[in-house]
Design a protein around this ligand. Structure first.
Ligand code: NAG
Ligand code: NAG
Length: 431
C-alpha cells in the first residue's frame, strides 16, 4: 500500500478542524495598497474517493475464485452506492480474465455504465471455471483494457481493480509486464490489486500498482467487497492550484505548488497575493484559482476567488459643491478623466512633500488633452505654493512629480453642482 502523506502538512493539520469538502476560504476580499502583498492559508479538503471515477472491476474467473465472485455478487450494490454517494458521476465496468489457453481468457463483460442493474447482471453472469496451472493472464487483460478495450471518459479518474489469487504469465498474450505497465501509465490508469491469495507471488502486482499510483490490498474471499471500497478510498490524489484568470495588477502564488496525499485528506497551501506597484488605485482586481485533483478540476467547491480593492495612495478626489470643497485655496477642485481633483496652478506643486509621495501629490496621465500632462493634483487640504523644478520646462514642467495610476471615471462629473463651486473650474491654463 502506497500512501504518501506530506508529513509536515499532516503535522500542521493535526488538530485543525476539518473543513467541508473543497477549498476554504473560497472567497477572500482584502483591501490592499499597490506594491503590497498578503498571505492566506488555503485549506483544501479532498474527497474520500477521487473525482469522476471510472472503475473497471477486473475479475479472475478461474475455478478457485468461486467464493470471491459470490462475495462480489452479494455486495456489489453496496460497493456501487458507497462510491456513488461520494462521487455521483461514478461509472463501473466489469471485465474478466482466466488462462488464455482456456475459453475464458479475457472478456469485457460490461462497458462503463452507471446503471446498477446492468452491472449486477454483468457480475451475476461471471462463472468461476477452468485454470489449469497456477498463473493466469491478467497482464494481457491490463494491456488490452488500457489500449481501447474500455472507453474511459476524458478528465476522469481511471482505475482498474484487479481481483485475483494468482500471478500472471509473463509475457501474457504477447504482452510483458513492462509493456502493460507502460500502457497503463500512458493511459493515466491506476491499478488497485485486491489479493485474495497469491496475486503478488512474483512481485508483478507490486510493480504494476506502484508504477501506476495504486496499491495492493490483501483480502479474504469473503471480504473482497470491503477491500475494493477500501482501495478506492485510499488512492493518492495530487492537489494542484491552477490560476484560471487574474486581473492585471494582481497575481497569486502557492507554496508548495502541489501536494500529494491520500484522497480524503486535508492539505494546506500558503497563498501569497501580490498587488502590483502600478495596480489601478480605487479599482477592485481579482484572481480565480481552481484546485485540480489528479489533473482534473475538482468542481465548484474547489474554486477560489481573491478580490483586492486597491487602496488609493493618491488619486484623492474632491467635492466641488459649496461648503464641501476641501481643496486648499492654492488649488482648484476641477474635473479630470479620473474624477474631480485638487489641481495646483500650472508650474506649482505641494509644499513640503517629496516628489514621489503620491499619497500627497501626483501627476495624472491626461491623454489627448495637450498641456495637461504636467498638471499636479494634491490631496484635499494640501497647500501648493512650491514652484516645480526650474530645470523642467515647457511640456516637461513638473515632471519630477510621480505619476499615479488612477481609475478613470466613465462619466465625468460635469453635473450641475460642478460649475457652481466656490472655486472656479479650471480651463486650460486658466485659474
Ligand atoms: C460457485 O459454486 C456454486 C456451487 O457449485 C455454484 O452454484 C456457483 O454458481 C459458483 N459460482 C461461480 C461464480 O461460479
Ligand atoms: C471574484 O469575486 C468578485 C467579487 O464578488 C467578482 O466581482 C469577480 O468577478 C470574481 N472573479 C472571478 C474571476 O470569479
Amino acid at each position: 500500500m502506497r500512501v504518501s502523506i506530506n508529513t509536515v502538512q499532516a503535522l500542521v493539520l493535526a488538530g485543525t478542524a476539518f473543513a467541508d469538502l473543497g477549498v476554504s476560504p473560497a472567497r477572500v476580499n482584502q483591501p490592499s495598497d499597490p506594491g503590497s502583498s498578503f498571505n492566506i492559508e488555503k485549506i483544501v479538503t479532498t474527497p474520500e474517493i477521487v473525482p469522476k471515477p471510472d472503475v473497471v472491476l477486473l475479475v479472475d474467473v478461474t475455478g478457485s475464485m468461486n467464493d470471491t465472485i459470490e462475495n462480489i455478487k452479494t455486495n456489489l450494490h453496496s460497493v456501487i452506492s458507497t462510491v456513488s454517494d461520494a462521487q455521483p458521476n461514478a461509472q463501473f465496468a466489469v471485465a474478466s480474465f482466466g488462462d488464455l489457453a482456456d475459453p475464458n481468457g479475457f472478456d469485457v463483460v460490461q462497458e462503463l455504465t452507471d446503471d446498477d442493474i446492468t452491472l449486477q447482471n454483468a457480475v451475476n453472469s461471471l462463472r468461476a471455471d477452468h485454470g489449469g496451472d497456477e498463473a493466469e493472464d491478467w497482464i494481457n487483460a491490463l494491456y488490452l483494457l488500457s489500449t481501447g478495450a474500455i472507453s474511459f471518459r476524458t478528465g476522469g479518474s481511471r482505475i482498474i481493480v484487479l481481483i485475483g489469487d494468482a500471478p500472471s504469465h509473463d509475457p501474457s498474450g504477447g504482452h510483458t509486464l513492462a509493456g502493460a505497465t507502460g500502457a497503463l501509465t500512458a493511459g493515466n490508469i491506476r491499478v488497485i490489486g485486491v489479493n485474495v491469495g497469491r496475486l503478488d507471488r512474483d512481485g508483478q502486482a507490486t510493480v504494476v500498482t506502484s508504477a501506476t499510483g495504486g496499491m495492493i490490498i490483501g483480502s479474504a474471499a469473503d471480504e473482497v467487497s470491503e477491500a475494493i471500497v477500501s482501495g478506492l478510498k485510499n488512492l493518492d490524489v495530487t492537489v494542484k492550484p491552477d490560476v484560471v484568470s487574474c486581473d492585471g495588477g494582481l497575481s497569486v502564488e502557492f507554496e508548495p505548488t502541489e501536494i500529494l496525499v491520500s484522497s480524503g485528506s486535508t492539505v494546506a497551501f500558503a497563498e501569497t497575493a501580490k498587488v502590483a506597484e502600478d495596480a489601478v488605485q480605487g479599482a477592485a482586481v481579482s484572481c480565480s484559482v481552481r484546485f485540480l485533483l489528479n489533473g482534473a478540476p475538482g468542481g465548484a467547491a474547489f474554486v477560489q476567488n481573491v478580490t483586492v480593492p486597491v487602496n488609493k495612495l493618491g488619486c484623492f478626489t474632491c467635492d466641488p459643491r459649496p461648503g464641501k470643497n476641501l481643496c486648499h485655496i492654492t488649488t482648484s477642485c476641477a474635473p479630470t478623466p479620473f474624477g474631480t481633483m485638487c489641481l495646483t496652478r500650472p508650474g506649482y506643486k505641494a509644499d513640503g512633500a517629496a516628489d514621489d509621495d503620491i499619497k500627497v501629490q501626483w501627476r495624472i496621465m491626461w491623454a489627448g488633452v495637450p498641456g495637461h500632462e504636467h498638471r499636479v493634483a494634491v490631496k484635499p487640504g494640501i497647500t501648493a505654493n512650491t514652484l516645480c523644478d526650474s530645470r523642467n520646462n515647457g511640456r516637461d514642467v513638473c515632471k519630477e512629480v510621480a505619476v499615479a495610476k488612477c481609475l478613470p471615471v466613465n462619466k465625468l462629473e460635469t453635473a450641475d453642482g460642478m460649475h457652481n463651486g466656490d472655486q472656479k473650474v479650471i480651463n486650460d491654463g486658466e485659474l
